[in-house]
Design a protein around this ligand. Structure first.
Ligand SMILES: [Zn+2]
Length: 338
């Protein structure tokens, strides 16, 4: 062990020597990575970098506000963090900066909204649904900090909640798997999890909500999910938007067309639920196709007999099982047939 370590050290020094002789080390060539901070006794801090440089850092008002956002009402084991907030306590309208040069945005997924914000079968649908393929990545809409990331037995399944600098929260439900943990800082566009069908869900989809102080409003007021575009740089949230019957449909110019699309030829109405159900059926069938199917070999079976009985070919069986036509198959063993 010891001699190996010595050899390694010698090798590394040799490498360093050879590279430093090739390239004269200049201080500006060294990586500039913050390695320490010094308090100055004022608002400013001194940040020291690995390349022997330093600079003053003034935590701006924004980040001070942001820090407050991430400490007050910071509950990580329950979905609701502002118990008792009523829309009546809030101003008639509030402005939320959604993005700027530093803080970007990303539509969590792009796709057709199959179920809108509003009342669905007598229950409040507090977000929107977008059908997806299993394990499609889902992106953080804005930079922020993960407040909640766990399985929620209330129906959301695997749920990630991210709080953002401006105080808004984005909720991502029914994930097959979360990719972040409570306390993680995320940038806009970070993969926070993968599409799934966990919780009270029929078919793989993202259930996406936007909340302010636990209160929901229609996410389509912020994003055009079909194009992935954001609608405003500064979003004005009217108190009335918190009403479950208040939705973004007035923003959607082609709303009439969409309603027309939701009717069959004989005039029967197709609900977004039906669309989702159809998509689920197709997805299930697709998933079944991909799932491997095994057959237990019986006495007297031959590859060609197994192939013809299962609607496949000998060469396909050979490919799936990594065998040749001449491989002797034994009763009781499993053979992959799909
Ligand atoms: Zn939903």
């Amino acid at each position: 062990m010891r001699s190996n370590k010595l050899k390694l050290t010698a090798l590394l020094s040799l490498l360093l020597l050879s590279t430093s002789s090739l390239y004269a080390q200049r201080i500006e060539d060294l990586p500039r990575i913050a390695m320490d901070t010094l308090d100055t006794g004022t608002n400013a801090k001194v940040v020291i970098y690995t390349n022997n440089t330093w600079e003053f850092f003034f935590p701006g008002l924004d980040s001070l506000v942001a820090r407050n956002v991430y400490t007050t009402n910071w509950i990580t084991d329950q979905v609701f963090a502002y118990k008792g907030t009523s829309a009546n306590d809030l101003p008639a309208s509030m402005e939320f900066p959604l993005f700027n040069k530093v803080n970007e945005y990303k539509c969590p997924v792009v796709g057709r909204v199959s179920s809108r914000y509003g009342i669905r079968r007598g229950r409040n649908h507090n977000g929107i649904d977008i059908p997806l393929k299993l394990r499609e990545p889902i992106y953080a809409a804005f930079p922020g900090v993960v407040r909640y990331s766990r399985y929620n037995s209330g129906g959301y399944g695997n749920l990630v909640i991210i709080r953002h600098d401006n105080g808004l929260e984005t909720w991502y439900g029914h994930l097959s798997k979360a990719n972040v943990e409570v306390g993680d800082y995320v940038v806009a566009g970070a993969v926070i999890g993968f599409a799934g069908n966990t919780g009270r869900s029929r078919g793989v989809h993202l259930h996406f909500e936007v909340r302010y102080r636990d209160l929901t409003f229609d996410p389509e007021r912020i994003f055009d999910f079909e194009t992935g575009d954001i609608r405003y740089q500064n979003f004005v949230l009217e108190k009335s938007y918190f009403n479950i019957r208040s939705n973004a449909s007035e923003l959607l110019e082609d709303n009439d067309e969409e309603i027309a699309l939701l009717a069959t030829e004989d005039g029967q109405e197709i609900t977004s639920e039906d669309i989702l159900e159809n998509i689920e059926k197709i997805q299930e069938a697709e998933a079944k196709k991909l799932e491997p199917v095994y057959y237990t070999i019986k006495n007297g079976d031959t590859l060609s007999r197994i192939a013809s009985r299962n609607g496949t070919t000998v060469s396909e069986l050979c490919r799936l099982n990594g065998i040749t036509r001449n491989t002797i198959i034994r009763a009781g063993r499993q053979l992959r047939i799909r």
